[in-house]
Write a protein that binds this ligand. Sequence first.
Ligand code: NAD
Length: 295
Amino acid sequence: MPLILDGTIVRMSHMRRLKGAVAKLSVKPRLTIVQVGDDARSTLYIQQKQKFGLEAGIAVDVEKFPISISETDLKAQIEALNRDNSIHGIIVQLPIPDTFNKDAVINTISPRKDVDGLTGISREFLGLGGDVHSFIPATAMAIMSILSFYNISVSGKRVTVMGRSRLVGLPTAELLKREGAIVSVCHSKTENPKGITKTAEILIVAIGKPYLVDDSYVTKGVVVIDVGINPVMGTGFEEEVFPKKVVGDVFWRKVAPLSLAITPVPGGVGPMTVMSLLENVYIATCAIVGEKPVL
Ligand code: NAD
């Protein structure tokens, strides 16, 4: 049996530390989430952030706008949040409707409050090795935290990242390189991805394709981090899925027996992602109020 990399256990450990650190601050950290429209999945994710924010002692507010708001007005609202000294972190809950220029909206967030690490400035700093005022996207941090909690060193290891999104794949590859891993990235245009994934000692999968990665993608003894969150139902998969459930990008039943360690879905990267966002809010607060982070 592989070692199960349980994100809820990692979250509990990080929550304990974060609560202690937040309690020592002279102010209550505050995150504002900008939501455009009424997407049900986004609302669910926001509720998760509020629930764990409450537990950590971090205020999580939502500024909700109708999809009819103009891009100019939306940016003006974000600029007002930038100026509000009681707010330490700002995120735009994604996705936002295609009618908006997503990058332009996100780039309105002050880099000091960009706790999702998605503004152009944060991304630039990530590539350069980081900076006090640049934040790392939460999912990438969550992956690194899980590996670190289970004492899985990436230094000198062959690591393959499947997926190159700005939210997950790219920042994860950057962090891994920083930690001394030998990183390969494959994506939708990669010819013969199995030729790369089979060389991996650690395989990180973030592609949004339910069950795609099966035993033909891995070599025995691999460590697998499955980032995928795919709600599925029906018969169009390698096994019948009924009723509806959430599955990863990795076909657990076929890959787990070959793995040394593997994250479950749900219960792997997901639980740690919210935690990493809250850690970023804490760090943003420390920088803004001039107090030393103790995480
Ligand atoms: P995305 O659609 O932005 O990017 C997907 C990436 O996968 C692209 O770079 C694409 O080139 C690559 N890809 C697609 N098919 C591929 C294939 N067959 N082989 C190799 N690469 C392929 O998605 P995203 O935002 O990066 O999210 C990926 C998955 O992770 C989704 O299931 C999403 O729901 C999940 N996710 C989970 C968390 C979490 O906290 N666990 C957070 C964010 C995203």
